[in-house]
Write a protein that binds this ligand. Structure first.
Ligand SMILES: *Cc1c(COP(=O)(O)O)cnc(C)c1O
Length: 388
């Protein structure tokens, strides 16, 4: 396959000769109306109906017992880890193949990551690699799971559903139960992705979603903590809103809280975007299927949803035959005004995480060398699935 063929294919798909970004948001529903309403009413900030409405819509959509809106996905992850009981000095096992926010959040809890490999099917944390790592390096004591050599506690496991492709959650959950560690899902990229019929982010005790401008829906900036337990969900809301005890005028806070509440003006945008989500998902699947057809028989392997999952196909990706071919493709497409991107540098290559413990990372390394992300915007103008 020539790069020029891919450029032509993507230009046909998006029907434009202009620059094609990797992922642009689509606002073709009630976005302007709801946001304008918050401005006209002056309720743009911490008071207003849209935050509650956005949270209830998310609970309905995902099936989570409780959803708590936050200022961004990193704040949602930070809160999720806090609620999972991660303490300074703990280890948290995650994948090296992730966006830096996963590790930043646990770093700011005073915890340290341990990197384990991803599955080549889902590009997300591999349950076998996790189990092997624990078998070799951990032991169970009365107070939990401990890393043998350092004597430090391993408190949580954080799989990240890469580009929306769900990790093997049943298997991961089973390992977590066996080893007495808490499963926290980084579901920032996987709103609308299902694992065996269950929405991602509802299998772990807590999960984080992101509504950054490049995600499947956006609130400008925003995030959400999904909670499996309603009671812990109520406490999650409490700690993200300065832990203020409700009172008409008095200030009383009963624990150290975060100011992570999502402003009403952003939640208004979120409510409008939620109305579009089904249409976005249909379009995403159509774009993915066109890419799949395009790459068939080329030696480039289009990244498909695992057979146990229904993915949101948030960001499409292809595995190139080798690193050189991938680098040439990146160069040619970007020079032609079609944005493509390599996957993130592995976390263990970043200066602040280079000394962290890790298992074998063979799949992560191969994917890091060969993966290329492709334009994936869900523009409703060129596809059939419009929101009615
Ligand atoms: C987007 C993203 C986040 C959170 O991002 P924010 O910009 O803080 O909303 C976290 N983890 C992953 C894997 C992401 O892709």
């Amino acid at each position: 396959m020539q790069s020029s063929e891919l450029v032509g294919f993507i230009r046909d798909l998006y029907r434009t000769k202009d620059f094609i970004p990797l992922h642009a948001p689509t606002f073709s529903g009630n976005e302007l109306r709801y946001v304008t309403e918050t401005i006209e009413s002056t309720f743009v900030s911490s008071v207003g109906k849209y935050v509650d409405e956005f949270e209830r819509k998310m609970e309905q959509f995902t099936g989570a017992a409780k959803a708590v809106a936050t200022v961004n996905g990193t704040a949602a992850l930070h809160t999720a880890l806090y609620m999972a009981g991660v303490l300074p000095g703990d280890f948290v096992i995650t994948q090296a193949l992730t966006f830096v926010a996963t590790c930043n959040a646990l770093h700011h809890m005073g915890a340290e990551p341990i990197f384990v490999d991803v599955s080549e099917v889902s590009l997300s944390l591999c349950p076998m690699a996790l189990e092997n790592y624990l078998d070799e390096n951990a032991e169970i004591r009365e107070e939990g799971c401990f890393h043998k050599k350092t004597g430090r506690r391993i408190k949580a496991v954080v799989p990240m559903h890469s580009f929306g492709h769900p990790a093997q959650l049943d298997e991961l959950f089973a390992v977590c139960i066996k080893w007495n560690v808490t499963l926290v899902e980084d579901a920032a990229e996987s709103l609308g992705s299902y694992y065996k019929g269950k929405h991602t982010g509802t299998i772990g005790e807590f999960a984080a979603l992101s509504f950054n401008g490049n995600k499947i829906i956006t609130t400008g900036g925003g995030g959400m903590v999904l909670c499996k337990s309603f009671e812990l969900g109520k406490r999650t809301k409490h700690v993200t809103t300065t832990a203020k005890v409700p009172h008409p005028y008095e200030f009383y806070h009963d624990e150290p809280g975060f100011n992570y509440r999502l402003p009403n003006i952003n939640a208004a945008l979120g409510c409008a975007q939620m109305e579009m989500l089904d249409a976005f998902l249909l379009n995403k699947r159509e774009i993915a299927s066109r890419y799949e057809t395009f790459f068939a028989g080329t030696g480039f392997q289009f990244v498909k949803e695992p057979d146990y999952a229904c993915s949101n196909y948030w960001l499409n990706a292809v595995i190139c035959p080798d690193e050189k071919v991938r680098d040439d493709l990146l160069k040619a497409t970007n020079e032609a005004g079609v944005m493509t991107r390599p996957i993130w540098k592995l976390m263990n290559r970043l200066p602040m995480f280079e000394d962290c413990l890790r298992g074998e990372l063979d799949n992560s390394i191969t994917i890091e060398q060969r993966l290329c992300n492709l334009p994936s915007s869900s523009s409703l103008t060129f596809l059939s699935h419009k929101y009615e």
